[in-house]
Design a protein around this ligand. Structure first.
Ligand SMILES: *[C@@H]1O[C@H](CO)[C@@H](O)[C@H](O)[C@H]1NC(C)=O
Ligand SMILES: *[C@@H]1O[C@H](CO)[C@@H](O)[C@H](O)[C@H]1NC(C)=O
Ligand SMILES: *[C@@H]1O[C@H](CO)[C@@H](O)[C@H](O)[C@H]1NC(C)=O
Ligand SMILES: *[C@@H]1O[C@H](CO)[C@@H](O)[C@H](O)[C@H]1NC(C)=O
Ligand SMILES: *[C@@H]1O[C@H](CO)[C@@H](O)[C@H](O)[C@H]1NC(C)=O
Ligand SMILES: *[C@@H]1O[C@H](CO)[C@@H](O)[C@H](O)[C@H]1NC(C)=O
Ligand SMILES: *[C@@H]1O[C@H](CO)[C@@H](O)[C@H](O)[C@H]1NC(C)=O
Ligand SMILES: *[C@@H]1O[C@H](CO)[C@@H](O)[C@H](O)[C@H]1NC(C)=O
Ligand SMILES: *[C@@H]1O[C@H](CO)[C@@H](O)[C@H](O)[C@H]1NC(C)=O
Ligand SMILES: *[C@@H]1O[C@H](CO)[C@@H](O)[C@H](O)[C@H]1NC(C)=O
Length: 557
């Protein structure tokens, strides 16, 4: 485990400057108008811009131009709620375009809902997305033959030492490549901005937006999901006197984040993933062949698991036989990991994607590339998005890494050894995935000029609501408990007895009602309140959440 908790001096200037309670900048007036139709096509939404300082400590550095979007309150307006959809790198513009009704419902209809593309995100805000390669070919040439492109090949929790060796053999070359990527990013059009990206600056931007909309000193209402909860936990502690109604859903543990390099601690995020995989195969078995294509008559969860393991083994063998095999076990794992985020997609995954994966791996075994290509198209966006002919995005890395501690001297061998240990002792099924943006943080060339490193237990002007699922594949319930524990009387923790990433992953009128009542009226339920998923939501045909959870051993939930 970890050796030292490193306090970073970069945070020092920050603590001083948060006392004032406002950024004290002269905010330009926001002019609202039509949105850029290439990004937003819901004409009931308005868009605008706000200029903010790139560096809040040093105005001479220049300004950023934030793209804002707004949905008008449907009822009697009480103010504004800002939201962030996570990522980091998620576009508030795109998210509100797609989810306006949900956000108006969650906020009781009594607020204008305000989204924005944070600095370093999207193509409307300046600076926007970070690209470090001119095109896809340059990127693929650099990483040709490495796990960055193929994923990690292993079975049986790295049972075969030659898999351990093959992975560690790549370490020093990979490290050089990630260092080269860092230099390329510095030399890219966004290079001069990289130091000014990150969560502390985004928190200050959020305060600037609220000041411009509703005036300084006013309470700031905020709804953040996933990485948006890091913005939230930093915000409520950097500006405790500005806290209005704040909902944080799917918590990144801010204490752990501040103290550990995520590149060597990815396993910390995976504590619930194998249990959620168990939930998936249990649901499939309960559904049987009529509801889940992977199930044969009479199959139990272990039979479905055996089929998954056989699929991974076949892909692993195919890659051993032909290192250029286009579909690897590492890629299948990565896709499965992202599936665990969204139970509403599981029936589609098991009935359409999974059979396509089986067919394509069989095709590989027979060297049938046309079958493999067909299946790749079927098997969905997340994994194979990387094959789209576009330069890879470094937006997420540019924010996450800029915020991440830099212990200096972490090597790629340390990172890969952590992957092996995490696979062996935390997530057998999904420890060996390659979340590239996080792995490269130890080699990222800059850190933000300002990062918030705690404390996280400030006394807040208003109580906040913390939400989580019982089983979340990336932001575990444990993180929510840490934050709720630190905030004490200033926070109420509610959860859904459910699986998936954030409470928005599953329908729950109970949770929606709690969030809306808090947002609209300030009412909060008892700490520790547990909601259920709506009973009419079927994970597989004829199989609901309660039926699946009832099958799991008590220790799992
Ligand atoms: C901005 O990005 C979106 C996709 O996110 C794309 O559809 C659009 O064309 C882009 N707009 C501009 C002006 O580049
Ligand atoms: C525009 O709206 C349609 C559905 O009405 C949606 O499928 C599409 O993705 C939207 N495009 C953009 C750029 O938001
Ligand atoms: C939103 O509200 C503002 C202020 O009341 C109004 O000027 C604007 O027209 C509204 N926008 C839409 C799309 O209804
Ligand atoms: C990757 O390397 C292989 C063999 O080393 C070579 O045949 C192939 O052209 C390379 N691909 C790219 C995109 O550079
Ligand atoms: C381990 O992997 C090596 C190389 O692929 C292979 O030759 C060997 O048979 C494997 N060992 C076992 C026990 O499967
Ligand atoms: C490869 O798969 C395609 C599509 O299913 C099929 O039409 C073709 O006959 C297969 N070729 C071989 C050599 O198996
Ligand atoms: C995880 O496994 C490694 C061996 O791979 C071991 O050295 C380490 O102590 C284990 N860590 C935990 C937290 O169990
Ligand atoms: C807040 O946490 C710090 C440690 O980070 C501790 O020293 C301090 O006593 C705590 N304050 C309160 C009010 O609990
Ligand atoms: C609420 O519950 C959480 C998790 O059980 C706990 O850490 C926290 O201290 C509780 N808060 C209050 C005010 O009792
Ligand atoms: C807020 O309280 C009022 C009055 O009790 C009630 O009518 C309304 O439904 C509540 N709003 C929400 C979103 O729960």
């Amino acid at each position: 485990m970890l050796h030292s908790l490193v306090a970073l001096t970069l945070a020092a200037s920050l603590v001083r400057s948060t006392r004032a309670g406002s950024n004290n900048l002269q905010t330009s007036q926001i002019k609202w108008g039509a949105c850029d139709p290439s990004v937003v096509n819901d004409t009931s939404l308005s868009c605008g811009f706000l200029e903010v300082p790139l560096d809040y400590q040093d105005p001479s550095v220049g300004t950023a131009r934030l793209a804002l979007i707004k949905a008008n309150a449907t009822g009697e307006r009480q103010g504004t709620v800002l939201f962030n959809p996570g990522g980091p790198g998620g576009s508030g513009l795109a998210f509100l375009n797609d989810n306006k009704d949900l956000f108006l419902r969650l906020t009781g209809g009594v607020y204008d809902v305000l989204g924005w593309d944070p600095r370093g995100v999207g193509n409307v805000t300046v600076p926007g997305d970070t690209f470090c390669f001119d095109n896809r070919e340059e990127y693929e040439a650099l990483f040709n033959g490495t796990v960055e492109l193929t994923g990690i090949e292993e079975i049986g929790n790295f049972a075969n030492d030659s898999d351990v060796q093959a992975l560690l053999d790549q370490a020093s070359a990979l490290q050089q490549k990630y260092e080269e990527v860092g230099q390329r990013c510095l030399n890219s059009p966004n290079g001069k901005y990289l130091r000014y990206l990150g969560t502390a600056a985004t928190v200050r931007d959020m305060v600037s937006i609220a000041d411009a909309l509703d005036g300084p000193e006013t309470p700031i209402n905020y709804l953040g999901i996933s990485y948006g909860t890091l913005i939230g936990s930093w915000f409520v502690n950097m500006f405790p006197e500005r806290v209005g109604r704040v909902v944080l859903d799917g918590i990144i543990d801010p204490v752990f984040f501040a103290a550990h390099e995520i590149s060597t601690h990815f396993e910390h995020l995976l504590v619930s993933t194998d249990t959620i995989y168990k939930v998936l195969i249990t649901g499939c078995a309960l559904a049987g062949p009529a509801g889940c294509a992977a199930a044969s008559e009479g199959d139990g969860p272990l039979d479905i698991d055996a089929k998954f393991q056989a699929l991974l083994k076949a892909a692993y063998d195919a890659a051993k036989a032909d290192p250029a095999a286009p579909l690897t076990s590492g890629q299948i794992r990565l896709q499965l990991y992202f599936e665990l985020f969204s139970p509403t997609d599981w029936a589609h995954y098991m009935n359409t994607v999974y059979p396509a994966l089986v067919a394509s791996v069989k095709g590989e075994a027979q060297n049938n590339r046309s079958l493999v290509e067909q299946s790749r198209q079927l098997s969905g966006r997340r994994v194979f998005k990387r094959t789209a002919n576009t330069s890879p995005l470094y937006t997420s890395a540019s924010i996450y890494c800029a915020d991440s501690p830099d212990l200096q001297g972490t090597t790629m061998t340390d990172v890969l050894e952590a992957v092996i240990a995490g696979t062996r002792n935390v997530s057998h099924m999904l420890g060996a995935i390659l979340p590239a943006p996080l792995y490269q943080c130890s080699f990222w060339p800059v850190r933000s000029v300002e990062r918030y490193q705690g404390p996280y237990n400030k006394t807040l002007a208003n109580k906040i609501l913390i939400a989580s699922n019982t089983l979340d594949p990336v932001t575990s319930l444990a993180g929510a408990e840490v934050l709720a524990g630190l905030l004490g009387e200033d926070a109420v923790l509610v959860r859904i007895n459910a699986f998936g990433h954030t409470t928005l992953a599953v329908p729950s009128k109970c949770m929606e009602g709690i969030i809306a009542a808090y947002m609209a009226n300030g009412t909060l339920p008892a700490n520790g309140t547990v909601c259920e998923v709506d009973a009419d939501f079927e994970v597989f045909h004829g199989v609901d959440t309660a039926m699946i959870l009832a099958e799991l051993p008590d220790g799992d939930v």
